[in-house]
Design a protein around this ligand. Structure first.
Ligand code: DX5
Length: 222
């Protein structure tokens, strides 16, 4: 089973103290920093763009794991790479990457540029949608809530999708949405190894305890 990693989602942080929040979660044990980019079209919310990624990059020491919940990632990839993105995850449902050959080339171009390539699935998209791209991926992101907002309830029907993805893919399997110590145990047992969490970390008084509680999600030895 791949090493368990915790990736705080900065969407839930206090943006009036962004630099301090980044340093605080890194001190608390964050493995990656997850950045949720939203365009108000692919999802019914707007979050932030390259300028925030670049600001985080200036103070971060951990990899920036950027998820583009946007319709046209191909139009903004250069800006996000220039901002300091280390891992770039796009949605298989993005309007601009619907053509399989175009999506495959997009992923391969990231890897040529030493950027980890990831694909994400909305809850309603079957795992099968990823199969043509598995050899072009460093990571898969299974959304365990409908993308767009933090603080939503975990969708338990996603556990089966996680299990299915793990059966086909031995890279990093990321889950995002409603992840807390209880749901972390469920997704870990299904094969996920990277836990993205916003509320379960940034709404807790002590980030170190919050991250430790997520790490404790290791299922009992079989
Ligand atoms: C939804 C966002 C959230 C966020 C984590 O589009 O991607 O899932 O990262 O939110 P929490 O951990 O608060 O559910």
């Amino acid at each position: 089973m791949r090493k368990l990693l915790v990736a705080p989602s900065l969407l839930a942080c206090d943006f009036t103290r962004l630099a301090e929040e980044v340093k605080a979660v890194e001190r608390a044990g964050a493995d990656w920093l997850h950045l949720d980019v939203m365009d108000g079209h692919f999802v019914p919310n707007i979050s932030f763009g390259p300028v925030i990624v670049e600001a985080v990059h200036r103070v971060a020491t951990r990899p920036l794991d950027v998820q583009l919940m946007i319709e046209h990632p191909e139009q903004f990839v250069e800006a996000f790479l220039a901002a300091g993105t280390d891992h770039l995850t796009v949605h298989v449902e993005s309007a601009g990457l619907r053509d399989p050959d175009r999506l495959r080339e997009f992923l391969q171009q990231l890897r040529r540029r030493k950027i980890r390539a990831g694909l994400s699935l909305r809850p309603t998209t079957p795992a099968q949608a990823l199969r043509p791209y598995l050899q072009d991926l460093d990571q898969i992101l299974v959304m365990t809530v409908e993308p767009g907002f933090g603080g939503q309830a975990f969708l338990p029907e996603m556990v089966e999708k996680i299990r299915q993805c793990r059966a086909w893919f031995d890279g990093d399997l990321v889950v995002d949405g409603g992840i807390n110590p209880r749901t972390a145990t469920l997704v870990r047992a299904a094969g996920a190894n990277v836990l993205v969490a916003g509320t379960a970390i940034f709404r807790q008084p002590h980030y170190e305890d919050a991250i430790a509680a997520l790490r404790a999600a290791e299922p009992a030895p079989q």
